[in-house]
Design a protein. Structure first.
Lengths: 112, 115
């Protein structure tokens, strides 16, 4: 079992809709959670980070963390075609040297 | 704002050759991470350095070595290259003083193709 699991997709949503991306992790010692966006052939770009249970909003993006369920999600409101990319969930585990452990990513397609 | 710089951006090598990838972190960042991303794969952690010392080691082959220099730039040396080494290699940097919350910023990557 991978330490960080994501549905690979593709997840297709119409323009203007809400895209919901989900991620589960196996290590209860995980303490920091990140969402990166990656366009094909490009480097990961940080979208959001979250450390505490609950919701964190930044513009059109909302990250949600539930440590009891070992679940983190990313909501994208008013999805735009430019949001079409692969979204990588990444986790830092306590005692893991602060390296990022990534999920395999969810490919999001926002259709006109 | 200054970003992480990686060079070269593209590299083509033959099997069994050597390659050196360079990473220049964001100014005042003292921690560097190297990740390898194969086609269709997620980035995999290779190795990290904090204040010029190796701080963590991941799935880095013995054929690879790395170091961080006094100016905090880092180099990843790859020898006896294999076809399977073809991948995107990312360097990320952060400050090492703020604990796990501090964000890692990724460079543009080096695309290595081994023929």
């Amino acid at each position: 079992q991978k330490e960080v699991e994501q549905n690979s997709g593709p997840l297709s949503v119409p323009e203007g809709a809400i895209a919901s991306l989900n991620c589960t992790y196996s290590d209860r010692g995980s303490q920091s959670f990140f969402w990166y966006r990656q366009y094909s052939g490009k480097s990961p770009e940080l979208i959001m980070f979250i450390y505490s249970n609950g919701d964190k909003e930044d513009g059109r993006f909302t990250a949600q963390l539930n440590k009891a369920s070992q679940y983190v999600s990313l909501l994208i409101r008013d999805s735009q075609p430019s949001d079409s990319a692969t979204y990588l969930c990444a986790v830092i585990v306590t005692g893991g040297g602060n390296k990022l452990t990534f999920g395999t990513g969810t490919q999001l397609k926002v259709e006109l | 704002a200054a970003g992480v710089i990686q060079s070269p951006r593209h590299l083509i090598k033959e099997k069994r050759e050597t390659a050196t990838l360079k990473c220049y972190p964001i100014p005042r960042h003292d921690t560097v991470y190297w990740y390898q991303q194969g086609p269709g794969q997620d980035p995999q952690f290779l190795i990290s350095f904090y204040e010029k010392m190796q701080s963590d080691k991941g799935s880095i082959p013995d054929r690879f070595s790395a170091q961080q220099f006094s100016d905090y730039h880092s180099e990843l040396n790859m020898s006896s290259l294999e076809l399977g080494d073809s991948a995107l290699y990312f360097c990320a940097s952060r400050t090492g003083t703020s604990g796990p919350q501090e964000t890692q910023y990724f460079g543009p990557g080096t695309r290595l193709l081994v023929l």
